[in-house]
Design a protein around this ligand. Structure first.
Ligand SMILES: Nc1ncnc2c1ncn2[C@@H]1O[C@H](COP(=O)(O)OP(=O)(O)OP(=O)(O)O)[C@@H](O)[C@H]1O
Length: 760
């Protein structure tokens, strides 16, 4: 169906080139964002001593590599060629699987080929690959080594006279370098290496292979080698930063900043699932151990998406993942504290964690009359939840929070928002409740302020001070490593940004209608390039609702009419939210109007665009909102941002992000969508302005009434005068109708003998 023909009233639709690639056209062969234009390196002498293994591609025989596998950008350079061999062999394995061949056979041949490629890595090549993919790994805090060093120094210094000691300290603090130690982990260029190099379970390897991914994304390429234990090298990459590198290999806290849609979910799930699988071989063993990994996400939508991903990767294994819902508990409670709410018993989860799944509501009600219900205790190894759902499962009536000593892994997905004032208290309470001394933490997001890094370091220190007191035999203290992919806090380079001045609220509505009906303005560049499905973001829930009712009848009935447009916000019930998400994912809804509820993490793979109907509240919010399109390297996504007179004090935030993202893409000067003159003309918001905007949004849009009681910043194409005339007319008509009904009642009042219908 040509969506655009149906949307454009003329029926012709805009002319699009058949070659135009949109995110909705499907996955791209190369999900990576950087490293495509890598210059080829001089060829290295081939390793002739090694016997070629079964299925391995000979670089001399096959000089032409399929374009979709050429992810290091052509040329016969040593590293490029080696990875191509590696990839083509694993791609071959994938193809085999598609044809119905035995999956394990494919795995084996890929593993054998990777073995061969592995041998030819050297440190310089690793560095080059990491650089070309814009990966930077640094040691943010090396707690263990710092403590060791401090203790050593103290012992030494005690022996020196005081004067000399003070002089030395002063000199040291003056010359202290702030540069962080950089690490160069061996990049993971193929998923097959997960088995050959890190020995992940066969089941997990098969589940990954079933996803059909041809190559690792940048964040997977950098994070997985840091988080997994290398089965061959006993010291691992971390030997560089600690004498106890052997114990630290794969045993670190990681703070990752990587672009939106770059596959961070897989990157944090694989190491956790692998570790949990090696702890428990059978399902009953795993259930006995209870929850051992906690994944915290800011919204229900994101949490349920993570659970789905985790279930794909844990299929057929002893490890299960569950979504924390109302009526589920993480700790045992006394009878007095058990939930009294019958509604909370009604939710059950795929892994059978609810007591209510086989009972009718009347049975439950009857039981509850006699005895308070004991909530269901979660047994799954991986628990995914929003901070509030988790705290509800941990808090007691007297407000004290139970400890969770069984949790060994905690992931904060969208860590910057979870540690932002909005969620900070809840998140830190959860973090502190995880009292296991070997707790490993992962903080992941596409944006991360330096204040969040500092907060993470403080929290890790505080927690350690608490858990280590009175526990002498603790494992070595893990370092905090930071991995950054690309340019920190920048929008992905593979989408097109459009910043459009709409002057007024009515101008924005007209602009959005032009996007919906593209042939009405063929000259408008923005309108010809945005295709449904797309998301529309507003500042508040009332504005999302108002915009939805304004646009409800804009889609012609032949195209599905009002069912094609929907609104999703936090005031809707969970089931309504789930149903809208499903309809949007299935393609039944084409335009989804929402608030920042869907700005983070949610993965709509084929989303063609994002419209910022209201300017986002921060640069980070822009990065996340527009990152709903262009996922996994998909090209052709469009991000349109409307701004009005009221937004001018703040719009520079957004303009700067667009400029940085276009620079990353190589679009500068005349080609850039935000011209330098505009950037120069826009006022720079102060720190206070930014803080106010982040907290409250554009103030004018929050004020519903002005001093004279008139509605301001309303979403409507009609002027205030037109609306008043219309309201007066409507009022007069309603009054007339009411009078008419009264008159008719008098005239038509039935006589007592007349039939008046059946009583209910
Ligand atoms: N190696 C891969 N090759 C191709 N696609 C991948 C690969 N890894 C993950 N994906 C896909 O990329 C998409 C985005 O992944 P994911 O949701 O994990 O991104 P993210 O980095 O968490 O994004 P965000 O910052 O928006 O939360 C998903 O559809 C996922 O299935």
């Amino acid at each position: 169906m040509n969506v655009f023909k149906l949307l454009s009233r003329s029926g012709k639709g805009p002319q699009t080139s058949p070659a135009q690639k949109l995110p909705s056209s499907g996955a791209v062969a190369n999900p990576q964002l950087f490293g495509h234009n890598e210059a080829p390196k001089p060829a290295q002498a081939p390793n002739t001593s090694r016997k070629r293994k079964r299925g391995q591609v000979n670089s001399e025989q096959s000089s032409t590599i399929p374009a979709d596998l050429d992810f290091f950008g052509g040329g016969s350079g040593s590293v490029n060629q080696k990875f191509k061999e590696d990839e083509s062999s694993s791609g071959h394995a994938l193809e085999k699987k598609k044809k119905g061949d035995d999956a394990t056979d494919g795995l084996e041949s890929a593993e054998n080929n990777v073995d061969a490629a592995e041998e030819r890595y050297n440190e310089d090549e690793c560095k080059r690959v990491l650089r070309s993919h814009k990966l930077k790994v640094v040691v943010l805090e090396n707690f263990g080594a710092q403590e060791e060093e401090k203790a050593k120094k103290e012992r030494k210094e005690k022996k020196k006279p005081k004067k000399r000691r003070l002089e030395k300290e002063e000199a040291e603090s003056k010359g202290k370098k702030s540069t962080k130690q950089q690490l160069f982990p061996r990049p993971l260029t193929s998923f097959s290496q997960l088995r050959t190099r890190y020995g992940i379970s066969r089941r997990l390897a098969e589940n990954i292979q079933e996803q059909g991914y041809k190559m690792t994304t940048e964040v997977q390429l950098g994070a997985l080698p840091l988080l997994l234990k290398n089965k061959e090298e006993t010291t691992g990459e971390l030997s560089e930063i600690s004498s106890s590198g052997k114990e630290l290999a794969g045993n670190i806290d990681l703070l990752t900043v990587a672009p939106t849609g770059s596959g961070k979910t897989m990157a944090f799930l694989i190491p956790i699932i692998n570790a949990l699988q090696s702890e428990s071989r059978t399902l009953s063993e795993s259930r006995q151990l209870g929850p051992r990994a906690l994944i915290v996400a800011p919204t229900k939508e994101l949490a349920s998406q993570i659970v789905n991903e985790a279930r794909k990767l844990t299929k057929g294994s002893s490890v299960k993942a569950t979504l924390m819902k109302k009526g589920m508990e993480l700790v045992e409670r006394s009878d007095d504290e058990a939930s009294e709410e019958p509604g909370s018993a009604a939710e059950s989860d795929e892994d059978g964690h609810s007591i209510a799944d086989s009972e009718s509501s009347s049975e439950i009600a009857a039981k509850l009359k006699g005895k308070r219900r004991r909530a269901d205790i979660v047994k799954a190894a991986i628990v995914v939840a929003t901070p509030l759902a988790l705290l509800n499962g941990l808090k007691h009536q007297d407000q004290h929070i139970s400890e969770l000593p069984s949790i060994k892994y905690m992931v904060l997905d969208e860590a910057d928002v979870l540690l932002d004032p909005l969620f900070r208290e809840q998140t830190l309470s959860i973090w502190k409740a995880c009292t296991n001394p070997s707790l490993r933490v992962g903080l992941w997001s596409a944006t991360m302020g330096s204040n969040i890094e500092a907060l993470a370091v403080n929290t890790i220190n505080e927690r350690w001070a608490k858990v280590s007191s009175g526990a002498p035999d603790l494992p070595p203290r893990a370092p905090l490593i930071r991995l950054v992919v690309g340019l920190k806090d920048t929008a992905i380079p593979n989408i097109t940004h459009k910043l459009i001045y709409a002057a007024t609220e009515q101008g924005k509505l007209l602009g959005l209608r032009q996007l919906l009906h593209p042939t009405a303005t063929p000259s408008n560049e923005a309108s010809t390039s945005l295709r449904p499905p797309f998301l529309v973001f507003t500042q508040t829930i009332p504005r999302a609702i108002a915009l939805h009712s304004e646009l409800l009848y804009d889609i012609p009935p032949e195209a599905g009419g009002s069912s094609r447009i929907a609104v999703l916000h936090a005031d809707l019930s969970s089931s309504a939210r789930e149903s809208i998400m499903t309809r949007f994912r299935r393609g039944e809804v084409w335009v989804l109007i929402t608030t920042d509820l869907l700005a983070r993490g949610v993965d709509f793979r084929g989303l063609n665009g994002v419209v910022n109907y209201d300017v986002p509240n921060s640069a980070a919010a822009y990065v996340h909102r527009v990152g709903r399109t262009g996922r996994a390297g998909r090209k052709g996504g469009v991000a349109v941002t409307f701004y009005t007179q009221e937004d001018i004090p703040y719009v520079k935030n957004v303009a700067n992000v667009i400029q940085a993202s276009e620079k990353l893409r190589g679009k500068e000067g005349g080609e850039a969508s935000v011209k330098q003159w505009l950037l120069d003309a826009l006022p720079t918001p102060t720190k206070r302005d930014k803080q106010r905007l982040k907290k409250r949004g554009v103030e004018a849009r929050r004020t519903v009434k002005d001093g004279e009681g008139r509605a301001k910043m309303r979403i409507s194409t009609k002027s205030g005068y037109e609306r008043r005339v219309e309201n007066n007319r409507r009022g007069a008509k309603m009054a007339g109708n009411a009078r008419g009904r009264e008159d008719r009642k008098m005239v038509e009042a039935p006589s007592e003998s007349e039939f008046e219908g059946f009583e209910e």
